[in-house]
Design a protein around this ligand. Structure first.
Ligand code: NAD
Length: 451
């Protein structure tokens, strides 16, 4: 059985690869289990050296990986290069971890109590198609640094850079069996990893719906689970903000990666007195977005990932939708969809409530700080968000009041290698990146030594 991998910009076949199923998942877990005792026993400085070596090998392969990711995921080549840079940085960051995984000593009667952070064993990593290798790296690097062995299951639409990674890791000296990639469907290969008794933990990024099924499945064996799920993040723009800067940043924050971004700030909340001026400025930016060939250096936005995804996105923009701004998109082959802004919308509209995961944003007006916070929190999600204002106290008040894992003030960025990332509410639980990610790949052990 094979897996057909397509290029979303042309709809043409990019690769045919073997399709992993239950048997391949079992074999990968067995390899990872066999490799675990030796990998956890590698001296901390040696494990660090191996991970720095892997980071160097990834840096050397950066352009090839970027080209492959751009073609397979349909993302602009400039974005793909940036993402591969983050992959390298993530490995460099966690390469420092093996020698810095510290414990505590705790004063107790009759002896000494101390804590250790032990690796979990075999960890399954299940990832989505929107940032294929980047999101895999957020899990791979801390998992390996902590002494675990891994089985990575990339999304079936975008498995190519993960398979490249497996080869690069081996060539960089990571011992056989430590990194295993299985490219197959979630319903068979992925589900098997979730139920497998020899898998200690599942680190999942994907939709809230699949996340629910994974949490339920993992409960059977009391597996550790971290879930990075969907979002519907609010970009709150107050009338006293630098409106030109807020409008210029709002487009990329909603339409970057063709809106297929869990952190997409796809609900733009604007204080009423500034609404008209904001919409005028936003229109100029949206109309200037160059949608086209991902490999063209001038492209800002590529196609959607698949015909199915385009159909889903289009269902949020029926003929009678309140389209206030519409950009352009190529015609012909490729899963194209123009950047689209809906306004006015009702807070109950489907486009306001559901994650669209495409280049469609809604703009909603508000009259007060309290209303802005209430609107921002009126969602099952809580992943990211932004506040734009020149009033520092208001910025911090609102930042604290919005129920979201990641928030930016006068900026729309969400993700940094050194800072924790993850969701509130149904956007998931657990944190990736930053120092905190290591907690999710280790178990805390308490040892008492009677003196
Ligand atoms: P998805 O949930 O359909 O699939 C994600 C992964 O899970 C894929 O590898 C898939 O094969 C696998 N899978 C599917 N069913 C499974 C099952 N029953 N058991 C085990 N594995 C299974 O998500 P997607 O469509 O690939 O990605 C889009 C979604 O991901 C969006 O909702 C988006 O918000 C979310 N996402 C979240 C983050 C985050 O960090 N919070 C980042 C990127 C994407």
């Amino acid at each position: 059985m094979t897996l057909t991998v397509r290029e979303p910009a042309t709809e043409e076949v990019l690769a045919q690869i073997p399709r992993a199923g239950v048997e391949e998942a079992d074999a990968a877990v067995a390899r990872a289990k066999a490799a675990f005792p030796a990998w956890r026993a590698v001296a901390p400085a040696d494990r660090a050296r191996l991970l720095y070596g892997l980071a160097d090998a990834l840096a050397a392969a950066r352009e090839d990986l970027a080209q492959l990711e751009a073609r397979n995921a349909g993302k602009p080549i400039g974005d793909a290069r940036g993402e591969m840079g983050m992959v390298v940085d993530t490995f460099r960051y966690y390469a420092g971890a093996p020698e810095r995984t510290l414990g505590d000593t705790i004063p107790v009667a009759g002896g000494v109590a101390m804590t250790f952070r032990e690796p979990l064993g075999v960890v399954a990593l299940i990832t989505p198609w929107n940032f294929p290798l980047t999101i895999a790296a957020w899990k791979l690097a801390p998992a390996l640094a902590a002494g675990n062995t891994v089985v990575l299951k990339p999304a079936e639409l975008t498995p190519l850079t993960a398979l490249q990674f497996e080869r690069i890791a081996l060539e960089a000296g990571i011992p056989e069996g430590v990194v295993n990639v299985v490219a197959g469907p979630g319903s068979t290969c992925g589900a098997r990893l979730v139920e497998h008794p020899d898998v200690a933990k599942v680190a999942f990024t994907g939709s809230t719906e699949v996340g629910r099924a994974i949490a339920a499945g993992a409960a059977q064996t009391i597996k550790r689970v971290t879930l990075e799920l969907g979002g519907k993040s609010a970009n709150i723009v107050f009338a006293d903000a630098d409106l030109a800067a807020a409008a210029a940043a709002a487009g990329p924050a909603a339409f970057g990666n063709a809106g297929q971004d869990c952190c997409a700030r796809s609900r733009i909340l604007v204080e009423r007195p500034a609404l008209d001026a904001f919409m005028d400025a936003l229109e100029e930016h949206v109309e200037a977005i160059r949608v086209g060939d991902p490999l063209d250096e001038a492209t800002d936005m590529g196609p959607l990932i698949s015909a199915g995804q385009r159909e889903t996105v289009a269902s949020f923009v029926p003929d009678d939708a309140p389209v206030a701004i519409r950009g352009t998109a190529p015609e012909g082959a490729g899963y194209w969809f123009p950047p689209t802004v809906l306004c006015p919308v009702d807070p109950g509209d489907r486009a306001v409530r559901e994650e669209i995961f495409g280049p469609v944003a809604v703009v909603v007006g508000f009259r007060s700080e309290a209303e802005a916070v209430a609107l921002a929190n009126d969602t099952i999600y809580g992943l990211s968000g932004s506040v734009w204002t020149r009033d520092g106290a208001k910025a911090l008040r609102v930042a604290r009041a919005v129920d979201t894992g990641v928030l930016s003030i006068n900026s729309n960025t969400s993700v940094r290698v050194a800072t924790p990332f993850g969701g509130f509410k149904q956007s998931g639980y657990g944190r990736e990146l930053g120092p905190h990610a290591l907690d999710a790949y280790t178990e805390l052990k308490s040892v008492y030594y009677a003196t």
